[in-house]
Design a binder for this molecule. Structure first.
Ligand SMILES: [Zn+2]
Length: 412
């Protein structure tokens, strides 16, 4: 047989299957082609007609799909761990001053470069993020491209209740977003997409929300925003939009609840709001570390347990760790659940939330070979839950050895 350009990695494989099912293959094999597309993932065996260059993952190493962080703020990266406040005061005291730094090209490039390197070193291959200003978007795009990572990039949109140095002129900013959207589409880099990120309803005037909804529809863009994170925030929405019954309806009124909308937090929602989100097919992002850090409340997992578009987010900087392993651990502290459910949210659930499950999220024939090789202590006779427990609750003893995107090593 002639050389085929195929690579086959032998090792133990942990792979999400569904909302609460994960497979553990102690002696597994992952084969992918030169373009980074998976041809086989399963028990190690001879596959008729397929010849590959064999590579062995070292002993005690495990292969998992690349981790997906569905909610993070790149521009808050240097403000991690600023304590003492709940959401609204924390924003005022720590976050707004951090975000303004992205208005400087040099700062924006520097933060973006460090952010993506730390993500890759943590096994993250996709980040849905917020940055600030056009300079922030361009820097994030450039540095993400250099890192080879996948990302959904938008900048925080706001025109009221924030300091003057962050307030935008809606018409000018919408035009800027239209141009940026075109730039991302024209670039041909399928790993990177542009999104519209209204901060949250209280920070945007009705006119601005309307323009954002229209642009999202015209350009078929993703929308990222926050919903019902904190009770003071919910009261602020009632005051700002007295004629609208609920917080979720405010977004819906302006066309912001779509199948391409990612809603972070969703803690204090009414049954009617949950129904509305389900009807519109929005993604729901559970950010347990952030909810604990800012004492925002508990995400009511019991209502979302079987919702297919449920993902995890680090919510940097309210979440103090970039590691999705730590976020999974905090998810367990927030709600008792199977660890395979948390692993699903950080992999396949994230991909489904983004509508990208045909390409990423698990190791399956036809998908891209985005994967992480990590080292941890485990026994081959263990169950998937046992192995996940080692990885999630002893994350300090887990070493991320290598990270691959579409079959190419991107880290270290
Ligand atoms: Zn956030």
């Amino acid at each position: 047989m002639k050389p085929t350009g195929l690579t086959g990695i032998r090792g133990s494989i942990l792979n999400p299957l569904s909302v609460d099912r994960c497979e553990w293959i102690p002696d597994g094999l992952l084969v992918y082609d030169r373009a980074g597309q998976i041809l086989y993932c399963g028990p190690n065996k001879k596959i008729p007609g397929i010849k590959y260059k064999p590579l062995n993952a070292p002993k005690k190493n495990i292969i998992i799909p690349g981790l997906i962080d569905c909610h993070s703020h790149l521009s808050q990266f240097d403000a991690i761990g600023q304590t003492g406040f709940t959401l609204l005061d924390w924003l005022k005291n720590h976050i707004y001053p951090a975000e303004v730094c992205l208005n400087n090209k040099k700062n924006a490039e520097n933060i973006s470069q460090r952010y993506f390197q730390v993500l890759l070193s943590s096994g993250i291959t996709f980040s849905s993020l917020y940055t600030n200003f056009k300079t922030g978007v361009l820097a994030a795009r450039r540095q993400a491209e250099k890192a080879g990572i996948r990302a959904l990039i938008g900048y925080t949109l706001m025109d009221r209740t924030v300091p003057g140095y962050l307030k935008q002129n809606p018409a000018r900013t919408i035009e800027e977003c239209r141009v940026l959207s075109g730039l991302f589409k024209k670039s041909g880099n399928e790993r990177l997409s542009f999104s519209l990120n209204p901060r949250f309803a209280p920070a945007c005037t009705p006119d601005y929300l309307k323009m954002i909804g229209q642009l999202a529809q015209n350009e078929d863009l993703y929308i990222q925003t926050h919903l019902s994170e904190n009770l003071f925030e919910v009261s602020a929405v009632k005051k700002a939009f007295p004629k609208v019954k609920t917080y979720a309806e405010v977004y819906d009124r302006f066309g912001l609840l779509t199948e391409k909308t990612l809603l972070a937090h969703c803690i204090h929602l009414s049954p009617a709001e949950r129904d509305l989100i389900g009807k519109r097919g929005c993604g729901v992002i559970h950010c347990p570390s952030s909810n604990l850090f800012l004492h925002s409340g508990r995400f009511p997992l019991e209502h979302w347990m079987h919702y297919p578009k449920l993902a995890l987010g680090s919510d940097i900087a309210a979440g103090p760790s970039v590691s999705m392993l730590d976020v999974m651990r905090d998810g367990y502290y927030a709600n008792i659940q199977k660890l395979s459910g948390l692993f699903y949210m950080a992999t396949l659930g994230g991909a489904k939330t983004l509508g990208m499950e045909k390409t990423i999220g698990s190791l399956k024939k036809g998908k891209q070979a985005d994967f992480v090789i990590l080292k941890t202590v485990h026994s081959k006779n263990a169950s998937a839950e046992d192995v996940l427990s080692r990885i999630i609750f002893r994350s300090g003893q887990v070493e991320i050895k290598k990270v691959f995107l579409a079959g190419q090593e991107v880290w270290p």
